[in-house]
Design a protein around this ligand. Structure first.
Ligand SMILES: [Zn+2]
Length: 339
């Protein structure tokens, strides 16, 4: 099985390659549209990273900081303790390679439609009638200032229903990627990046606020960090090479499991809906991001957390852990902990 991009993150340069020219092209549109997603996502990060950190610490019952005594006995492992104490989370202008591959297949008209998708979709009745270009022209034109009408008209003349469906298809494809593309956890650096362009695009597809979506992505990536670097009471953690060799489905499933637990805990109301957006996003994603739902049927959150912790602790001592073996550990945990 080919390893997904997720595991190639040893070298950030590979992950970031070729994203600049596409970003520059898209940025022109963003300027015209007045998109302020980068700033808004940055605010979410600043407001939430420490709160999420403390929630994850409690849920995992693990800490990102190694105890003093273990620090001195640390062998040639690749993470000095000092690195562990600071959360390295960056809001990035980059676009991950799987998303570049999808976007570069689009024509200019399709890319334009993609970037204006929320505007097109907000006139909800429009998509049903999109087959009529005349209808589109007559309707859409009312929403633009007079001075922009000519530009818009020239764009709309090249747009047809195919452009709309291609743009829609591209967004679906982004969500179906077999790798984290809205954010990334860099295993060998212990750092996290959130890709604001991809988050912004996805928020259009999910019809949600970038704030709600970015908090979900932040929790998911930080859950990867805890799974990998979380130390238990005996100062043991998931060794990096083993973590990399573990079945992706386990790694993604664990991150999703904890994201769900934290979204359940955070207040959700009419204005702030991380849980709703987490569910919406997950339903559009590949199986790796949904599998955790089949692990435990209990409604008792303490029980769920105990069983997954039991399974994680045991997983960390296994080489090349496969999904089936992890599921066996989950069942074993259920049996041993709750007789
Ligand atoms: Zn992930």
């Amino acid at each position: 099985m080919q390893k997904p991009y997720y595991y190639n993150l040893v070298n950030k340069e590979i992950w970031h390659k070729k994203s600049d020219s596409l970003f520059a092209k898209i940025q022109e549109y963003f300027k015209a549209l007045g998109v302020d997603a980068e700033e808004r996502i940055n605010q979410v990060k600043n407001q939430w990273k420490n709160k999420i950190d403390s929630k994850l610490r409690k849920k995992f019952q693990m800490t990102r900081r190694m105890k003093e005594k273990k620090e001195t006995t640390s062998n040639n492992d690749d993470h000095p303790n000092i690195e562990n104490s600071k959360l390295k989370i960056h809001i990035s202008n980059k676009i991950p390679p799987p998303v570049i591959e999808i976007l570069k297949k689009l024509s200019s008209a399709e890319l334009w439609v993609l970037l204006h998708m929320d505007f097109l979709k907000n006139t909800s009745f429009l998509l049903d009638k999109i087959n009529s270009k005349e209808f589109l022209l007559n309707t859409i034109i009312n929403y633009f200032p007079k001075k922009e009408i000519e530009t818009v008209k020239s764009f709309l003349h090249i747009i047809d229903s195919k452009a709309i469906s291609s743009a829609d298809e591209a967004l679906n494809e982004i969500l179906k990627c077999q790798a984290d593309v809205l954010g990334a956890y860099f295993i060998d650096y212990g750092s996290i990046e959130l890709y604001w362009v991809v988050i912004w695009l996805t928020s259009k597809r999910l019809n949600c606020q970038v704030e709600d979506l970015s908090i979900v992505i932040l929790i998911h990536e930080m859950a990867h960090l805890y799974s990998h670097r979380g130390y238990d009471a005996d100062s043991n953690r998931w060794e990096t090479t083993r973590f990399k060799d573990t079945d992706t489905k386990i790694i993604e499933g664990i991150a999703q499991f904890y994201t769900n637990e934290i979204c359940l805990q955070i207040a959700n109301d009419d204005f702030f809906k991380p849980l709703e957006i987490f569910k919406k996003l997950k339903d559009c994603q590949s199986d790796d991001y949904k599998c955790y739902q089949e692990w435990i049927s209990s409604n008792n959150n303490k029980k769920r957390l105990e069983i997954i912790r039991y399974s994680i602790i045991r997983s960390r001592s296994r080489d090349n852990l496969k999904y089936k073996e992890f599921i066996d550990l989950v069942h074993e945990g259920d049996k041993n902990l709750f007789k």
